[in-house]
Design a protein around this ligand. Structure first.
Ligand code: PAF
Length: 282
C-alpha cells in the first residue's frame, strides 16, 4: 500500500490521475480504522476510479484536556485494511506538514458548530472544518465520504461545502455497529469490559426510543426523560446531552414529526465520551 507523507507528492499523483480522466474519492479519517471506516472506503472504491484515505490525527480539533496524545494509532493495520478494500493511497502527513503556515484560518459554520457537541467542545468543529477544507484543496476529490455516527459533523461539512461552493459531493454513510449494537468508534478501545456493558445503553435507548416513536410517542421532552432515566440506570454513565433535532438546522424539536428528525446523544462512559444517534429521513 502506498503511504504518501507530503502535500506535494499527493498533489502530483492526483494531477496525473486527473490527466488520465479518473474520478477521485476521499475518505478522511483519523486512523485506527474499523469496520465503520471500512464501509466508507468500500463506498468510495465502488463509486470512484481512485480512492485516497487520509489518516491524520488532526490536533486543531482537540481541546486542551482531550485525548490528542493518547488517541489510538496503528498505521500498519490501517494500511492492510485499506489495501484489502481496494483503496489506492493513504495520505498520512505529519502535523508539521499539514500546519506549516501561520495557521490563522479557521472556518465557523455559525448556528451549527456551537450547539450539541460544540457546547462541551467549543473549538472542535472549527478544527474539523479547517482540516477537511485543507484536505479538499490538497486532494481535490469528486466525492468525499463521512459516517453518520458523527451526524453533527456531517451536517456542518455539508453546509460548509454548499456555502463555500466546494466542488465536491458529500456522501453520508450509515453507522456500522458491533454485534452487540454499540456504534463502531476508534475510541471504543478505551472502554473496560464493564464500561462496554454500560456503553450498550446508548444503542439500546435509541432502539427503545425508535419503538416508542413508532408506537405514537410524539413528545420530545417525555421521550428524552425516559432515555435519560434508562442511560443513568447504568453504572459509569454521565449524560452530556440527549436531543431531538431537525436534520438540517439541528434546532430542537418539541413535537416529533413523521420525518426529517434525528435523535442524538453524547454520553461519557467512564472517561470516554461516546456519541450515537438515529436519523429519520423522508
Ligand atoms: O471524523 C473524523 O474522523 C474527523 O473529524 C475527520 C473528518 C477525519 C477530520 O479530522
Amino acid at each position: 500500500m502506498k503511504i504518501v507523507k507530503t502535500i506535494s507528492e499527493i498533489r502530483d499523483i492526483v494531477k496525473d490521475w486527473r490527466k488520465a480522466g479518473y474520478s477521485i474519492g476521499l475518505v478522511p479519517t483519523m486512523g485506527y480504522l474499523h469496520a465503520g471506516h471500512g464501509s466508507l472506503i468500500e463506498q468510495s472504491v465502488k463509486n470512484n476510479d481512485k480512492t485516497v484515505v487520509s489518516v491524520f490525527v488532526n490536533p486543531t480539533q482537540f481541546g486542551p484536556n482531550e485525548d490528542l496524545e493518547k488517541y489510538p494509532r496503528d498505521i500498519d493495520r490501517d494500511s492492510q485494511l485499506v489495501e484489502s478494500l481496494g483503496g489506492d493511497i493513504i495520505f498520512n502527513p505529519e502535523a508539521s506538514e499539514m500546519y506549516n503556515t501561520k495557521n490563522y484560518t479557521y472556518i465557523t459554520v455559525q448556528g451549527l458548530s456551537e450547539k450539541l457537541c460544540g457546547i462541551t467542545r467549543p473549538t472542535h468543529f472549527a478544527g474539523v472544518c479547517q482540516v477537511v477544507s485543507k484536505l479538499f484543496h490538497i486532494v481535490m476529490p469528486d466525492n468525499a465520504y463521512f459516517g453518520l455516527k458523527d451526524f453533527q459533523q456531517y451536517v456542518i461539512i455539508k453546509t460548509m461545502v454548499e456555502d463555500l461552493n466546494f466542488p465536491v459531493k458529500i456522501n453520508p454513510v450509515n453507522i456500522v455497529r458491533e454485534e452487540s449494537g454499540i456504534a463502531m468508534s476508534s475510541r471504543n478501545v478505551y472502554l473496560t469490559d464493564d464500561e462496554k456493558k454500560s456503553a450498550l445503553s446508548l444503542s439500546d435507548t435509541l432502539k427503545k426510543a425508535s419503538q416508542l416513536i413508532n408506537n405514537g410517542e410524539k413528545n420530545s421532552k417525555e421521550l428524552i426523560k425516559q432515555m435519560q432515566e434508562f442511560i443513568s440506570s447504568h453504572p459509569y454513565t454521565k449524560i452530556d446531552y440527549i436531543k431531538i433535532v431537525d436534520i438540517n438546522t439541528l434546532e430542537d424539536i418539541a413535537e416529533i414529526p413523521d420525518n426529517n428528525y434525528a435523535v442524538l446523544l453524547a454520553v461519557y462512559v467512564g472517561k470516554t465520551r461516546l456519541i450515537d444517534n438515529f436519523v429519520q429521513h423522508s
